[in-house]
Design a protein around this ligand. Structure first.
Ligand SMILES: Cc1cc2nc3c(=O)[nH]c(=O)nc-3n(C[C@H](O)[C@H](O)[C@H](O)COP(=O)(O)OP(=O)(O)OC[C@H]3O[C@@H](n4cnc5c(N)ncnc54)[C@H](O)[C@@H]3O)c2cc1C
Ligand code: SF4
Length: 337
């Protein structure tokens, strides 16, 4: 590991001021950043420990939603009474991630920004990785690409400086996308709010950028709108092992029912794209539909429109479709008390 300085921040303004130093980074739970430092992928010159900032509350908003502080630990969030009651989809997604020890350390802000698990990104022995070293090419495109993207990827060939087929690995992010969250941040010029759909990026021609957060901005909180899917939701995670494994494909599905028809829906996929993949067209196609195999198969086909697999991950297209059908079927049956 390279040498680095350490500083503890006690107020957001001071943390933001400190992070303007070249090479400075915020430290949340450290479960992703420290690993990447040990692997020589990240080389911060200064770590600004933000865990003592007053950002660890979960509170109902005046409009009936929920405000989640950036430092709320994943386990506390998953087990919070308001989350379990009103947003069981988020609780289920969080509890499907990592291990109890990791969830006890991982923060909401850090989870939003965790980096891809692409093996060629995390192993510096591979010289070609546009995300780690812009312009170097992409080792995954002709390599072992079992865990990689099938939607929204930038694919111009292995040697192109614009190619990246990495996926976002977070379970929490998929639920937050389906729930229509907003991320509140603060930088040197003040505060702003970023709709969840605009927070993470597709690789486009700048695969090194994962999100639209600026390097000197601090995540303060995530806001969820009033709950619509409390009674009918499900997070489905398809993975190689039943614990301690990232999703090959995951689905966050929420249904707002009006009698026996669907009033509105939230649907997002994980493990398939550079960002949590929310399909507004698929959600719209559920409005007014009667839950059942016919409507759910149609939605699955719409959500996977344009999907393209590679040598080792073409199976994800059908897996994602079947996972959508299954997640919606379970959601329609209702959340068990
Ligand atoms: C073995 C293992 C298995 C795992 N399995 C899963 C899994 O199945 N599903 C899953 O979703 N995750 C999984 N994870 C990932 C884990 O959830 C993340 O490492 C964790 O959520 C990151 O949170 P953190 O607070 O530790 O982030 P940190 O490591 O502290 O930070 C991550 C990044 O966020 C930045 N940052 C942190 N907080 C802020 C803030 N408030 N504002 C601005 N920037 C900030 C940091 O500078 C850093 O760049 C696994 C991790 C490990 C090690
Ligand atoms: S998929 Fe993206 S992260 Fe993985 S090697 Fe290619 S450029 Fe790097």
């Amino acid at each position: 590991m390279n040498p680095f300085a350490y500083q503890r921040a006690t107020a957001p303004d001071a943390a933001i001021h400190a992070v303007t130093a070249p090479g400075a980074k915020f430290l949340g739970g450290g479960t992703n950043l420290i690993d990447l430092m040990k692997d020589e992928v990240e080389h911060p010159s200064l770590l600004i420990d933000i865990t003592h900032l007053d950002l660890a509350q979960v509170a109902a908003t005046p409009t009936g939603g929920l405000l989640i502080g950036a430092l709320v630990r994943n386990s506390d969030l998953a087990n919070h009474e308001l989350v379990k009651t009103n947003y069981p989809l988020l609780s289920e997604a969080l509890l499907s991630g990592a291990s109890p020890q990791l969830r006890n350390m991982a923060t909401t802000g850090g989870n939003l920004l965790q980096r891809t698990r692409c093996y060629y990104f995390t192993d510096v022995a591979f010289p070609a990785c546009n995300k780690r070293k812009p312009g170097s090419g992409c080792a995954a495109i002709n390599g072992f690409n079992r865990i990689h993207a099938i939607l929204g990827q930038s694919d111009h060939g292995a040697t192109s400086p614009e190619t990246c087929i990495a996926t976002n690995p977070s379970d929490m992010n998929v639920a937050m996308a389906a729930l229509g969250a907003t991320v509140h941040v603060q930088g040197p010029k003040g505060k702003r709010s970023i709709p969840f759909a605009d927070f993470h990026r597709l690789p486009g021609n700048t695969p090194q950028l994962d999100t639209n957060l600026k390097p000197d901005e601090l995540i303060l909180s995530v806001e969820l709108p009033p709950a619509k899917f409390a009674k009918n939701s499900h997070y489905l995670k398809a993975r190689d092992r039943n614990s301690y494994a990232f999703a090959l494909v995951s689905v966050a599905a929420g249904l707002e029912m009006n009698g026996s028809t669907i009033k509105s829906a939230g649907l997002a996929l994980g493990g398939v794209a550079h960002k949590p993949w929310r399909s507004i067209e698929a959600e719209k196609s559920l409005t007014g539909a009667t839950p059942g195999p016919e409507a759910f198969k149609k939605v699955a086909d719409i959500a996977l429109t344009g999907a393209k697999g590679y040598e080792h991950n073409a199976f994800k297209v059908e897996l994602a479709k079947q996972s959508i059908i299954r997640a919606l079927t379970v959601a329609a049956q209702g959340v068990q008390a």
